[in-house]
Design a protein around this ligand. Sequence first.
Ligand SMILES: [Zn+2]
Length: 264
Amino acid sequence: MGLRGRCRARAKRSRRYVLNADPSRQLRLLDLQAIDTRLDQLAHARKTLPEHAQVAELQTKADGVDGLLVRARTELGDVQREVAKAEADVQLVRDRAARDQARLDSGTGSAKDLTALQHELTSLARRQSELEDVELEVMERAEEAESAATQLEAQQAEIRRQLTAATAARDTALAKLAQEEEQVAAQRAGTASQVGDDLLALYEKIRESSGGLGAAAIRQRRCGGCQLELNAVDVARIKAAPADEVLRCEECRRIQVRTPESGL
Ligand SMILES: [Zn+2]
């Protein structure tokens, strides 16, 4: 026999390999499939909870406001240092003017000295007025920076409150899913043992390669796996098969289980 012939023979042999399982075991397999489908749905729901997106969105917002607040506080600190410097500048001129005024009031010194002191007092008064304008401008900026920081602090508090609420909502939803998962998983072991090891192994192998669906009922002459209608040849083959023969769909290769709704 050539290579081609051997392959064909092997294919035929594997195709002819038939697993037998009592119809009640086959029906339990449908129950097991329902359990596994529900577990898959729950796992999917856990990953795609809308609460995940809400938490992520609020976290991004919170990070953004945190960054803005750090900048606003740095700016406020800088302006507050400018205020202190402007105040010190003004104080320096005031002190100097006070000293000059005291000397002038004491009347000591020559007429020339006194005239010079008066000149200096005039120019110090001008300088003080200029520096006070600077001080005022800086103080206004400090007020603005402080109000900006206060506003951001309020925003941060509000977003953190929302984030805490969203996180709690997500955790509640996760706990609910986990609880259902636990209940469904508890049923699985018992059902799997009723299916039996040989049928279970075949089912799990197919399920892995068929998007989670390893076994399906035939409903109204339609495969519940691929939804294709059985042709006349399939119907004849299935009708001729013993009740305990484990059938496979010719199209999708999934296990086909006969039920009273199969229309056969
Ligand atoms: Zn099919």
